[in-house]
Design a protein around this ligand. Structure first.
Ligand SMILES: *Cc1c(COP(=O)(O)O)cnc(C)c1O
Length: 411
C-alpha cells in the first residue's frame, strides 16, 4: 500500500483486504537456538532432575548474576510470585507507594498480602514514578516504595534512593521490562533492596514462564531462597513460612538458551526501533518514546504517544484500524491500576492525584517488534498510520456513519 494513492475503501476496516495475512502481535516470543534447547531438555530427561534447584537453574542464576554484576539471583516460577516473595521477605506492610501506570501485577503483589498499594503519579517524560510526587504520598503507615522501570526505561533511581533513605523506607524495583538495561552505566538489578524480573513468554528474555529476584543483600537473599521453597533449609527442616516459587528445569533450559542470544535479540530490537523512528519522525501528532542510546537497553517496546489534537483521529480509532489490518497494536497499561478492581472500588477518587497517568493511559499505543518483525513490516505499519492521519476527517465521517447505520438497524 502506498499512502498517497490508496483509497479509503481499501482500508480493511472498510472492507478491504488486510495488509498482513497473518496477525502481527506485540510480545511474540523470542526463541534462541532450537537445537541447543532440545539438547538441554534431553540432558534434563536423562538426569531425571526436573525441579528443586536443578543444575540448569543453578547455572542460570549464576549466569544472570554474572551478567548483571549482582551478588544474588534467585530464579522463580514467574515475576509475580517473585515480587510477592521479595515484598514479604523485605517485611513490607501497611502502605507501599507504587505507580498506577504499570502492569496490574505490581499492585496485586501487594494487595494479595493485604498491603495497600498507594498509587503515585508518573513523570510524563520518562513514564516512571515521579519522585517529587512520592514524598507527598508518604503517611505513618508507609513502609516502602516500588518503582517500575517501565519499557526498560530506568526510574529516577537516585532521587528515589534519597527519599527512601530520608524516610527510612524500603526501596524495590519491578524490573520486569528492564532485563539487560542499565542506569548511569550500572546494570539494572543493583539498585534498591532488591529488583524483580519477569521472564514471561512475552518479555524480551523469556523462560516460558519465570522470573527472578536479584539483590546484593546476603540476608535478604537467604530469606528469599528459603521462602520460595516452603521454608525448607535441608531435609525435614522447615525454618520459615514459605511458598512454592521454584523455577523448573525446562524453563531454566530455555533461559540458558535465550541468554546465549540476547545480544542478537537486542540488535534486532534496536534495528526495529531505528526503522520505526525514521518512519514515525514525519508523522504529525505521533511521537516514539525515546530511549537513551548511551545506556544498555533491550528496546523491547515500541511505545507511541498519540496527540489527538494533532492527529485528529483518536488513539482508539487508530488501534481499530490497525487491528483490521492484522496489526495487533496494544494500549498498555490502560486504564491504569487505579481504574481496575479492586482498586477502583477501594479508591474511587485516586485519579484526582494521577493526572499524568490518566493522560498517558489515553495516549499510548504499542506496536509489534522483536524477532518476528522485519523492516518491510515496519514500513507498512507506518504507512497505515500515515494514511489514517492524512485521511482522518474522511475516516471519522465514515466511522460515525457506520455507527449510525448499526444504531438504525438495531432500533
Ligand atoms: C510481566 C510483568 C509482571 C508479571 O510478571 P509475570 O512473570 O507475568 O508474573 C509484573 N510487572 C510488570 C511491570 C510486568 O510487565
Amino acid at each position: 500500500m502506498n499512502s498517497s494513492n490508496k483509497n479509503l475503501q481499501e482500508l480493511s476496516i472498510f472492507g478491504g483486504q488486510p495488509l498482513f495475512q497473518e496477525k502481527l502481535y506485540v510480545g511474540r516470543p523470542n526463541i534462541g537456538d532450537r537445537t541447543r534447547l532440545l539438547e538441554r531438555i534431553n540432558d534434563m530427561l536423562d538426569r531425571r532432575w526436573f525441579s528443586n534447584s536443578g543444575p540448569f537453574v543453578q547455572e542460570l542464576e549464576q549466569c544472570i548474576a554474572d551478567l548483571l554484576g549482582v551478588k544474588h539471583c534467585i530464579a522463580m516460577c514467574n515475576g509475580t510470585v517473585a515480587l510477592e516473595i521479595a515484598i514479604r521477605a523485605a517485611e513490607l506492610k501497611g502502605e507501599v507507594i507504587v505507580p498506577s501506570f504499570t502492569f496490574v501485577a505490581t499492585a496485586h503483589a501487594l494487595q494479595w498480602q493485604e498491603i495497600t498499594p498507594v498509587f503515585c503519579d508518573i513523570d510524563p517524560q520518562t513514564h516512571t514514578i515521579n519522585p517529587w510526587r512520592v514524598e507527598a504520598m508518604i503517611t505513618p503507615r508507609t513502609t516502602g516504595i516500588i518503582g517500575v522501570h517501565l519499557w526498560g526505561q530506568p526510574c529516577n533511581v537516585e532521587a528515589l534512593e534519597e527519599i527512601a533513605q530520608k524516610h527510612n523506607l524500603k526501596l524495590m524495583f519491578d524490573a520486569s521490562h528492564a532485563f539487560s538495561c542499565s542506569y548511569k552505566g550500572n546494570m539494572i538489578g543493583n539498585f534498591g533492596d532488591a529488583e524483580i524480573f519477569s521472564f514471561h513468554a512475552t518479555k524480551f528474555f523469556n523462560t516460558f514462564e519465570g522470573g527472578a529476584v536479584v539483590t546484593n543483600n546476603d540476608e535478604l537473599a537467604n530469606k528469599i531462597r528459603l521462602m520460595k521453597n516452603f521454608g525448607f533449609s535441608g531435609y525435614d527442616n522447615v525454618t520459615y513460612i514459605g511458598i512454592n516459587g521454584k523455577m523448573n528445569e525446562v524453563s531454566a533450559a530455555m533461559g540458558l538458551t535465550s541468554l546465549e542470544s540476547i545480544e542478537e535479540f537486542t540488535k534486532i530490537n534496536y534495528s526495529n526501533y531505528k526503522h520505526y523512528q525514521a518512519e514515525i519522525s514525519d508523522i504529525p501528532g505521533i511521537t516514539l518514546f525515546p530511549f537513551n542510546e548511551s545506556e544498555s537497553c533491550n528496546y523491547q517496546y515500541i511505545v507511541l504517544e498519540i496527540n489527538e489534537e494533532e492527529t485528529r483521529i483518536s488513539r482508539n480509532q487508530l488501534i481499530k484500524i490497525l487491528h483490521a489490518e492484522n496489526v495487533i497494536a496494544r494500549r498498555y497499561f490502560y486504564p491504569g491500576c487505579h481504574r481496575m478492581e479492586p482498586y477502583r472500588s477501594y479508591f474511587p477518587h485516586a485519579g484526582l492525584l494521577l493526572p499524568e497517568t490518566e493522560k498517558l493511559a489515553e495516549r499510548v499505543l504499542i506496536l509489534p517488534t522483536g524477532t518476528a518483525i522485519e523492516e518491510l513490516d515496519i514500513i507498512k505499519i507506518c504507512q497505515i498510520l500515515k494514511f489514517a492521519i492524512t485521511h482522518s476527517e474522511e475516516i471519522q465521517n465514515r466511522l460515525s456513519l457506520n455507527v449510525l447505520k448499526t444504531v438504525l438497524v438495531n432500533s
